[in-house]
Design a protein around this ligand. Structure first.
Ligand code: NAP
Length: 281
């Protein structure tokens, strides 16, 4: 598993972590096992959110990390509707309870809402001062949002920006990744398999993906993860409720593509023009 420095946190974390959206919806025991298999495979960055199953995903994560909390880089997210000074604190306490822990390694604003960013960041800084969270960051922030955030908190504060990034949605490469690199903010790629729309061999670019996978004795999804994390600033958090999926995703963290393979994938899954608005799901 490759590791890189996660923004200004001082932590080196695995390039592949574990998402948990909808992980509560199938068989709970299997989901807990999958997360533990993922931890064993080195995917110690676990991403969750109060939104996921109204706390049910956090609860599944809590069970999976019981007894091994110190091995995990644990991230949760506060809903914009709770991003007031009082709301952030209450949401964090609920998340800590669901997760069965006394601290989050990072706590993110899930997306921008109507509360002023100043108020949300003050609340996050208070939580950090109290030791409830060790760092904070944002999600679904475009460059203008990031500029605004930076003007409030300054450099060296934001741990990460968690954004949509997969082979068929490369919009963040235009401006968000360069901005984050310039300011030392980690980029966390969510829905790295397109949520539920991963290219097959018959789709555009699918044949190139298959050929590169065959050359590495890997799966196409493993090659996708290697491509998305080719830049040191980018981490990916695929969600896997099945153990065999978690194991495969963890193994992808060791795959390094060469320049020719990256160029072929770049052509097969073109970046496209910069959209007016940052895509999100
Ligand atoms: P995703 O990770 O792109 O795709 C998940 C799907 O891929 C599931 O159906 C999963 O199946 C399948 N899968 C996983 N590993 C596989 C493998 N090795 N082989 C075959 N299939 C595999 O989708 P996502 O859940 O939307 O995104 C990942 C995480 O990003 C979320 O869980 C969440 O933590 C985060 N996220 C954040 C935001 C945000 O706004 N900040 C938005 C969306 C997502 P099984 O589950 O059956 O194993």
């Amino acid at each position: 598993m490759r590791h890189h420095r996660f923004g200004p946190t001082g932590h080196d974390i695995p390039v592949i972590g574990q998402g948990t959206w909808y992980i509560d919806e199938g068989h709970r025991g299997e989901a807990v096992d999958a997360l533990r298999i993922g931890l064993d495979a080195g995917m110690t960055h676990i991403d969750t959110a109060e939104m996921y199953g109204n706390g049910a995903s956090e609860n599944v994560v809590g069970e999976a990390i019981r007894g091994r909390r110190d091995d995990v880089f644990l991230v949760s997210k506060v809903l914009p509707s709770n991003a007031s000074r009082i709301g952030v604190r209450a949401a964090c306490e609920r998340s800590l309870k669901q997760l069965g822990t006394d601290r989050l390694d990072s706590y993110l604003l899930h997306w921008r809402g109507s509360y002023p960013l100043e108020e949300t960041f003050e609340a996050l800084q208070d939580l950090r001062a109290a030791g409830k969270i060790l760092s904070y960051g944002v999600s679904n922030f475009d460059v203008d949002d990031l500029d605004e955030a930076l003007a409030i908190v300054g450099d060296g504060e934001l741990a990460c920006n968690q954004v949509l990034y997969h082979l068929q949605e490369r919009a963040i490469e235009h401006a968000v990744i360069p901005w984050c690199k310039q300011h030392g903010v980690a980029v966390v790629a969510y829905s790295p398999f397109g949520h539920d729309d991963f290219p097959d061999v018959y789709s555009d670019g699918g044949d190139v993906l298959e050929a590169i996978a065959a050359a590495h004795d890997a799966t196409t999804r493993q090659i996708a993860l290697a491509f998305l994390t080719r830049d040191n600033a980018v981490f990916a958090i695929p969600k896997a409720a099945r153990g065999e999926h978690a194991r495969a995703n963890g193994e992808a963290g060791a795959i390094v593509l060469d320049a020719d393979e990256i160029a072929r994938l770049d052509l097969a899954f073109p970046r496209g023009p910069q959209p007016q608005y940052l895509p999100m799901i």
